[in-house]
Design a protein around this ligand. Sequence first.
Ligand SMILES: Nc1ncnc2c1ncn2[C@@H]1O[C@H](COP(=O)(O)OP(=O)(O)O)[C@@H](O)[C@H]1O
Ligand SMILES: [Mg+2]
Length: 241
Amino acid sequence: MKVVEASPRPLVVEDLRVRYGGVVAVDGVSFSIEPGRCLGIIGANGAGKTSTLKAVMGLVSRSCSAMMLGDVDLAKVRSRDVVRHGIGYVPEGRHVFGGLTVQSNLELGAYSQRRVDPARLEEVYTLFPVLAEMRTRLAGALSGGQQQMLAIGRALMSGPDLLILDEPSMGLSPKLVGQVLESLLALRERGLSILLVEQNAWLTFEATERCLVMENGTVALEGESSQLRHDPRVRRIYLGL
Ligand SMILES: Nc1ncnc2c1ncn2[C@@H]1O[C@H](COP(=O)(O)OP(=O)(O)O)[C@@H](O)[C@H]1O
Ligand SMILES: [Mg+2]
């Protein structure tokens, strides 16, 4: 069994809305990700990126006209079952268990399966050799970049078709951001679908094929990453001009 294999199931999200009391965080966002494709969502702090991801994971109450993973209606799936349906989630801020070993952290990522698949564990170690070298070390002793690899590796342990990442570059040096990019490209190569949320536009344009630019809970701009990279409107939206 492989950690990642091409999914025949697209993710389709239509007219997504999230509000927190009187605050409208996501205001009618639509996007889709075809199997094996990589979509980026960039935008300034507070644009609604995290809320969009949490809505897909069922972690916040939301409304939408459609939220489907293949023929699975995610709007009806309890948040604790979303992982079992094939979505891996790397939340903002990593949240590895610092007092547990690297290997225990990875094994915990397989909680939605009934047991840890040794082949899957070995494949994560192949993807991230640094984790293999440190498998018996406490996760708290790892550098920020290594902890980010661990958080990604842990999400892969459930054998997802789609990997969702929330600002994996946050707090990392440019060199480590480069390492995150390498690992995302390696996952793409293996046919995993990816939804990448970032404030780092450079990383997102390098890692993805298509991209949404969010502003105030809406999609302000959308297109191919290679084109958006040169679009002066991206800068304007970021700077809030
Ligand atoms: N739990 C919450 N309660 C109230 N408002 C929230 C909560 N989480 C986020 N918000 C607000 O929703 C908006 C979008 O936040 P968020 O989705 O975290 O944006 P981003 O990830 O793009 O920075 C912001 O105005 C933020 O202050
Ligand atoms: Mg966020």
